[in-house]
Structures are given as structure tokens and as C-alpha cells.
Design a protein around this ligand. Structure first.
Ligand code: CP3
Length: 341
């Protein structure tokens, strides 16, 4: 079995499997070239041949233990009929969703619009080395809803939090709708050949404990229940970025196979959580960008704390476009040689 899947099944390794969030992206010249050929980021997501190519690029260059499907979490609301575009330097732009728009979301047709994604999964699967796992993904309902409601990036997701407080019934209906469509979407990725899936809840960290239960834990638990009804053994990694002290409750209640940790989680807390569940994480992407001693010390601390139980080495969030490729090579060498001390 592939190393990453063995960790998700509860095994530990002295040299953990390693991959990086956003490993296919702008820090790679070969990615920039294909993106230019595609014309835009969204064209690239919708083109299975080119999307498969950029998914495979970091595997060829670095030999990571897993490939992650190249797409975006916002193709799901787009398939539901919401407008989406990306502007350089501004990130995603959508038409803000009002409560009255929820009934018109086109759940019945959405999966058909996402057919290119499933074709990308099939193409990558056919070309991946046998030891490399293929990770499918989607955004968690809360994080997807934050972009749908605000229509653009915000520092604290105030518009979505207000929506949840002012219109709790409509918000609950939106969470249920997104949970069901996202679960079906991940089931289709698993059917197309994904070995496991990751649920990105990048904005889990802006909620109080009551809202976290309603907006992060409950919808993801619902998704996982639905996926496991179809694939009882499906390995599911959940990444509620910024969940802090609520990580423990999240792990226990969602029953994800493994939990992704952001870099602010203290390693002694992480090691405790690891007694319940395999852990993935959590190097600060700025240590990777900085390189040198900052990188070595970060890798060393993580390895020393988390190597003794089921563990997947990753960053605590995505690699940034300015990161030198050489630093990625150094990180891989440190983790795989064990010579970080
Ligand atoms: O390599 C991989 O990790 C797979 C591909 C992937 C992308 N986005 C490609 C991408 C994955 C897993 C995502 C997830 C995603 N998308 C998340 C959750 C993870 C996270 O980073 O918090 C979120 C919140 C989004 C929404 C999104 N997409 C934003 C906010 C942005 C703009 C920020 C930026 O980096 O420009 C994107 C664009 C995006 N998604 C890019 C890539 C490679 C950059 C687009 C480009 O090429 O210009």
C-alpha cells in the first residue's frame, strides 16, 4: 500500500510521507508556463489535460508521496450557478449571495458541470507512479460559504458571520446544501480514482465555539457520514485551519481519518491529539520561504514531536509564490534523510 495511505490506516514511519498544500502553483516555472498557455487560472481548472499536467509537475520534480488534484474549492459554487472570476492580486471575486438566492442554487445540475474535474482525476491516476497517492479535495461548507456571501476575500469573514447570526435558518439551509453537494462531489472523485480526500476549512479560525459547532463541525460530520455510507473505508483528511483549542472537539466529533494542523498549533498539543488520530502538518510556510536555520529548526521540532505516531509531513498552509524551489528541495532532504538535528 502507498505510504500516505498506510499512515491514514494508522501506521507510523521513521521517515513520514510528505506533500505540500498548493504544491502545484506559481512558485514553479513549469506551472506558470502551462497557466499562460491555458489563458487563465479557471481555464486551467476546466481543462483536464492541462490540469492533470500541473498536478503531476511537483511529483516529477520532487517525488512527493502524494499528488493533489489541481482545481479550486470555488468551482463548486460556480457549478451551483454563482459567478466566479479571479483578478490578479485580488483573489476570487463572486457576486455576493443573499438569503433569497439560496433557493435558486442549481444543486441538481452541479455535478454534471464538474465533469472536467473527474476527468482530471482519471488522467492523473493513469499516470502517477504506483507509490504516489492521489488526493482529491473540496472546500468545507463554511469556507465555501464565506466566499459566496462576501463575494471577495476579507480578513475576518465578517459578512458570513453576520449572515449566520441574522439569518440562522437560511444559513443552516445553505450549510446542508453545501454539505450534500460537496459529499457527492468527493464521492465522484473517489469513484474516478482518488485514493483519499481532503476537506479544506481555511476559515474555521474566525468563529466562536457555538458557531464553530454549527458551521464547521456539524456540516463536515454530515459530509463524512454521507461519504462513508458509499465508501466505508474512505480516508478523509480534514483541515480546519486556525481551530486552536477547538481542534480536539473537531477531531472527536467529525471522525475524520486524519486532522491537518496549521502552524500555530503547539507541538505538545499536536502530539496529544495524535494519540487519537493521525496528524498532518504543520510547518510555517514562512519558514520554508526563509530557508536556512529557520527551516531546519522548524523541521526538527516537528519531526521530534510527531514522528513517533502516525504522521504526514506538510506545511501549515499553502506554499507562497515567492518561495525558492531550492528551499523545497532542502525541506525534502531534511525530512527524508533525518539529518535535521
Ligand atoms: O496544489 C494544490 O494544493 C492543489 C490546488 C489547489 C488550489 N486551490 C489551486 C490554486 C487547492 C487545494 C486550492 C484550495 C483553495 N482555494 C482553498 C483552500 C486552501 C487555502 O489555501 O486556504 C481556498 C481558500 C481557495 C480559494 C482561492 N483560490 C483563493 C483565495 C485564491 C487566491 C489566492 C492566491 O493564491 O492567488 C485562489 C487561487 C488559486 N488556487 C491559485 C492556485 C494555484 C493561484 C491562481 C493562479 O495561478 O493565479
Amino acid at each position: 500500500m502507498k505510504k500516505l495511505l498506510r499512515v491514514l490506516a494508522g501506521e507510523k514511519f521513521e521517515t513520514p510521507p510528505i506533500w505540500m498544500m498548493r504544491q502545484a502553483g506559481r512558485y514553479l516555472p513549469e506551472y506558470r508556463q502551462v497557466r499562460e498557455q491555458a489563458g487563465s487560472f479557471l481555464n486551467l481548472c476546466a481543462n483536464p489535460v492541462l490540469a492533470a499536467e500541473v498536478t503531476l509537475q511537483p511529483i516529477r520534480r520532487f517525488g512527493f508521496d502524494a499528488a493533489i488534484l489541481f482545481s479550486d474549492i470555488l468551482v463548486v459554487p460556480q457549478a451551483l450557478g454563482r459567478s466566479l472570476r479571479f483578478e490578479e492580486g485580488k483573489g476570487p471575486l463572486m457576486e455576493p449571495l443573499a438569503a433569497a438566492d439560496i433557493a435558486a442554487l442549481a444543486a441538481a445540475e452541479a455535478l454534471a458541470c464538474l465533469a472536467p474535474v473527474f476527468e482530471t482525476v482519471e488522467r492523473v491516476k493513469a499516470e502517477l507512479p504506483s507509490e504516489t497517492a492521489l488526493i482529491g479535495f473540496c472546500g468545507a461548507p463554511w469556507t465555501v460559504a464565506t466566499y459566496m456571501i462576501a463575494g471577495h476575500a476579507t480578513p475576518d469573514q465578517a459578512p458570513a458571520r453576520l449572515f449566520a447570526y441574522r439569518q440562522p435558518q437560511e444559513f443552516a439551509a445553505l450549510m446542508d446544501l453545501l454539505a450534500d453537494i460537496s459529499a457527492d462531489y468527493l464521492i465522484k472523485q473517489l469513484e474516478a480514482g482518488a485514493d483519499c480526500v481532503q476537506i479544506f476549512d481555511s476559515w474555521a479560525g474566525v468563529l466562536d465555539a457555538q458557531s464553530f459547532e454549527l458551521a464547521c463541525i456539524a456540516p463536515v460530520r454530515r459530509m463524512i457520514g454521507k461519504i462513508r455510507a458509499r465508501f466505508p473505508q474512505a480516508p478523509i483528511i480534514a483541515f480546519p485551519r486556525g481551530a486552536g483549542a477547538l481542534y480536539r472537539d473537531y477531531a472527536a466529533k467529525t471522525r475524520a481519518t486524519a486532522i491537518g494542523l496549521d502552524w500555530t498549533v503547539p507541538l505538545d498539543f499536536a502530539a496529544q491529539l495524535q494519540q487519537q488520530t493521525p496528524i498532518q502538518g504543520n510547518l510555517d510556510p514562512m519558514r520554508l520561504l526563509a530557508g536556512g536555520e529557520a527551516l531546519r529548526q522548524g523541521v526538527a521540532a516537528i519531526m521530534q514531536s510527531l514522528q513517533n505516531r502516525p504522521f504526514i509531513f506538510n506545511l501549515g498552509h499553502g506554499i507562497t509564490p515567492e518561495t525558492p524551489i531550492e528551499n523545497v528541495e532542502i525541506m525534502l532532504k531534511l525530512v527524508r534523510s533525518g539529518e535535521y538535528a
